[in-house]
Design a protein. Structure first.
Length: 164
């Protein structure tokens, strides 16, 4: 079995080195390759942290989870119920059985919601009207997210639905 190592030719050295059982490998060639690999690793590790996608709200842990629970509770009492009251809708088995909005909240590093991407919505068994979605999302646009929730994207499930 042989392994070809290609290095740039320098005066007094051969351009190709072949490693076989009875041949020596040029340490200069190996050293160059290791330096390139280490430099590449250093550049990748010092770069910005790559976000691998939105974090589902149920995967949050510790202080992040607690902060999100407090925001969601505040949303339910001050955003969700007030929007439904404004639209004169009550979630009940006798009428509207659910108002659900799922999506991804993108929070910038300053603690403001920069964007909301809807993935699913239901409003009393039908598609959610844009004005209702806007009313629900306005709550998140109006708050400042705590430090532990900044710079992330959260996959959220907002609203309420009943099994009747």
């Amino acid at each position: 079995m042989s392994l070809m190592l290609r290095c740039r030719a320098t005066p007094g050295h051969h351009a190709d080195y072949t490693r076989q059982e009875n041949h020596r490998v040029s340490w200069r060639c190996i050293h160059r390759r290791l330096m390139v690999i280490m430099a590449g690793s250093l550049l990748l590790s010092c770069g910005p942290v790559m976000n691998l996608g939105p974090v589902p709200e149920y995967r949050l842990e510790g202080i992040r989870a607690e902060s999100w629970r407090m925001i969601k509770k505040d949303f339910y009492h001050n955003g969700f119920l007030s929007c439904l009251a404004e639209k004169k809708v009550t979630v009940s088995c006798a009428g509207c059985t659910g108002v659900i909005l799922r999506g991804v909240i993108h929070v910038n590093r300053e603690g403001q919601m920069s964007r909301f991407d809807r993935t699913y919505s239901r409003y009393c068994g039908d598609d959610m009207p844009p004005d209702v979605e806007k009313c629900l999302i306005m709550f998140f646009r109006s708050i400042e997210f705590p430090r532990e929730l900044r710079g992330i994207s959260l996959e959220v499930d907002l609203g309420r639905a009943l099994k009747c």
